[in-house]
Design a protein around this ligand. Structure first.
Ligand code: GLA
Length: 711
């Protein structure tokens, strides 16, 4: 049971979720302070009470007392959650003291005031119905009589227990190489990861996991303590780890304060995005499973989403699309067993290359003289859903939209408008732009029977200006993202049957908030099977397989050529490519017109098999068994919630050295139940599979997808 408790006679609260607890309270000076983050304790009285830190020379207690909403203004020189000033600058910073607490289902909201600045901060805490997960949001209200300018509003500061050093696991990457998993010691001073790109970015994402650094205390996949969190936000963000003297580690996370400002006139409220955070003593695997359950069962727009097998024609036909040729591909895709046919970029007016067309969201009359309706009905006739690519936030200067509204793009007056991929960004912060896009896409979805939209976003921001905005133009960073949420959310509401795929040049905007708008994600433009294993492994730290779009593409892979100028000398069989892509939301992106009969028949078999296992792959619990970065064999398993069956994936990628196949310990099965692994004669208990393990027989560049069944 999740509980929030107020300890009698004191201003101390404990929230509990699963086997974890988070506690905080009001110390005698009225500051809201953290008191505990770790495993749930047996007795309420076990949790520490809020107290002020002791005295040290040059570190007065008020400097030294960690706070739930640090503002620095009592004299401590550490990182802050909140910063800002009165419009006349006479009053800079905030001093927040406890005013009241409002309990609600699953949590409590603590109200803090700065009476001099006239600002109220509400910190809302919630226990979530998932193992060890909590949520926290803050809002700032101006109850004074003057404008307050906010210059930083993070969503949380998380104080780690006083246990010495920690290591930070975070994500590092770039286009076509997203979701790299990095673990590094938290040094004294600060270390930050951030996005300044208007989107979450390919480089990293707003997520952290900390475990203890000291050898012998570090967490593994299956055991050890992990403190973690992620921000529900799809724009600029910042993560700071701060290690101060005396040895204390704090993690800060929120909307980026880089070039950020927000005008808060009297009576208005600024709401910061939510952070989901948690604790487990069962390692990184348990952390991931908590996130996966939370995303699938709580955040996701469709609770029981089972992704359809998709065919996307982008890699086959690029911009050169027309009805007859798409029909040929659709017939072939249907023959293989695809359930959804998607026409990617290239279908709309003037889109013969990447220099024109974006913004004019109606079918190109030369390519589709009969509109899209006849292709859609042909696709439906083949028993598949019909999908389309859109990039609503973008415009080419060579488009009707740009010619009629040149002021609608993000720009600074007088400065050159830097283009990227020949396109500019439509300013979704503007309400007139949002209304126009709503109308345009709503019409498209009403006029054509479209079942699926891939919403793409293919550039970084430049000249982030918003001329004409009556308030501080730096509000752009937040209002833009909220504008995207409004348009996308409203379209979802009006067209509840449409499935939405999130894409930003692959995984450029992947975060918890996007999980609430989209059903699945195109996680990378890199379809190289070996790269994909790494990218999928990193993605799985937070996001579930049900959302993980994974295409079987033709080898040589386009991303290798785009990134290095040459094709990768290592090639992967069609079987291997399926064995990688079947781990998520399976898609096909090869040029089917060129596939041999043997390839088509192999693909048909893989797709049928995927369909028979996908309920476990997309709804089961993931256990990572051996990472693709290490050893000869990598593997992971999806175990059905009732433990009656599982799907085991094993891969032997390219190895420079001759190595034997290692043994995989198969975690996640019911210890006392007996299981068989497809192709193996033995039956063993779940505990035996986890301890004695399984040694795959794989040659170089071979993989397998194996059904595991309880006897
Ligand atoms: C982005 C996407 C690709 C494809 C192209 C089309 O790069 O990630 O999958 O849709 O745009 O231009």
């Amino acid at each position: 049971m999740n509980k929030i408790t107020t300890i009698a006679g004191q201003l101390n609260w404990v929230i509990e979720a699963g086997s974890a607890a988070y506690a905080f309270g009001v110390e005698p000076g009225g500051l809201l302070v953290p008191t505990y983050w770790g495993p749930r304790l047996p007795r309420r009285e076990d949790y520490p009470s809020a107290a002020r830190a002791g005295f040290a020379v040059f570190e007065d207690p008020v400097h030294n007392t960690p706070q739930e909403v640090p503002t620095g203004s009592s004299g401590d020189s550490n990182e802050r959650t909140l910063d800002g000033h009165s419009a006349d600058m006479n009053l800079r910073g905030f001093v927040l003291r406890y005013v009241s607490a409002e309990p609600h289902a699953g949590g409590v909201t603590v109200v803090l005031h700065d009476e001099v600045q006239g600002v109220e901060v509400r910190v809302r805490y919630e226990a979530l119905e998932y193992h060890g997960l909590f949520a926290r949001t803050i809002s700032v209200r101006n109850f004074g009589e003057r404008l307050v300018k906010l210059t930083r509003v993070f969503s949380g500061a998380f104080q780690l227990p006083d246990l010495g050093g920690f290591a930070l696991t975070h994500i590092d990457g770039r286009w076509a190489d997203e979701f790299g998993r990095v673990r590094r010691p938290v040094e004294f001073g600060t270390f930050s990861r951030e996005s300044r790109r208007l989107t979450t970015s390919h480089r990293s994402m707003p997520f952290f996991a900390l475990d203890r650094e000291a050898p012998g205390y570090a967490a593994s996949e299956t055991s050890g303590e992990v403190w973690f969190g992620a921000l529900q936000w799809s724009g600029n963000w910042k993560l700071i780890t701060e290690r101060t003297r005396p040895d204390r580690t704090v993690v800060h996370l929120g909307v980026n304060d880089h070039d950020f400002a927000w005008d808060l006139p009297p009576g208005e409220v600024f709401e910061a995005p939510r952070i989901v955070f948690g604790y487990t003593d069962a390692g990184f695997g348990a952390m991931s499973r908590a996130f996966h359950d939370y995303i699938r069962d709580d955040l996701a727009p469709r609770r029981d989403y089972i992704p359809p097998v998709l065919y996307n024609s982008w890699m086959a036909t690029s911009f050169d699309v027309n009805e007859a040729q798409q029909v040929v591909l659709a017939e072939k895709a249907a023959g293989l067993g695809a359930e959804l046919f998607v026409v990617d970029d290239g279908w709309f007016a003037g889109r013969n290359h990447d220099s024109a067309g974006l913004g004019d969201w109606y079918p190109d009359p030369t390519k589709f003289p009969r509109g899209l309706g006849s292709l859609a009905s042909r696709v439906h006739g083949l028993g598949m859903k019909f999908g389309l690519w859109l990039e609503p936030e973008m415009v080419n200067p060579d488009s009707e939209l740009y010619r009629s509204h040149p002021d609608w793009i993000i720009h600074f007056p007088g400065r050159e408008r830097t283009l990227s991929r020949n396109q500019a960004i439509v300013n979704f912060a503007r309400e007139d732009v949002q209304d126009h896009m709503l109308l345009t896409i709503d019409r498209l979805l009403t006029d054509t029977p479209i079942d699926f939209i891939k919403w793409d976003m293919n550039r970084n921001v430049s000249e982030p200006g918003w001329p004409g905005h009556e308030r501080d133009q730096r509000e752009l960073w937040v209002r833009y993202v909220r504008g995207v949420y409004r348009v996308w959310g409203e379209l979802r509401r009006r067209h509840p049957d449409v499935i939405w795929e999130n894409c930003s040049g692959g995984g450029g905007r992947v975060d918890l908030r996007m999980m609430a708008l989209s059903d699945q994600t195109w996680i990378s433009d890199n379809t190289n099977a070996a790269s994909r294993l790494l990218i999928q492994d990193g993605y799985s730290l937070v996001f579930p397989a049900s959302t993980m779009g994974a295409w079987v593409a033709d080898d040589p892979f386009p991303a290798d050529i785009a990134a290095t100028g040459s094709e990768n000398p290592v090639h992967y069989s069609l079987d291997f490519r399926f064995q990688v892509s079947m781990a998520g939301a399976l898609g096909i992106a090869g040029d089917l017109a060129q596939w041999s009969e043997a390839e088509c028949s192999a693909a048909t078999q893989h797709i049928a098999r995927y369909k028979s296992l996908r309920h476990v792959i997309t709804r089961g619990d993931l256990y990572r068994l051996a990472p693709p970065t290490h050893g000869s064999i990598s593997g992971f398993i999806y175990v059905a919630k009732d433990k009656s069956e599982a799907v085991l994936f094993v891969h032997r990628g390219f190895r420079e050295r001759a190595t034997d196949n290692e043994t995989l310990r198969i975690d996640g099965l019911e210890p006392s139940a007996v299981y068989t692994i497809e192709g193996q004669d033995v039956a063993m208990s779940g505990r035996a599979w986890a301890r004695i393990g399984y040694q795959p027989v794989l040659k170089n560049l071979e993989g397998a997808v194996l059904h595991v069944q309880r006897r």
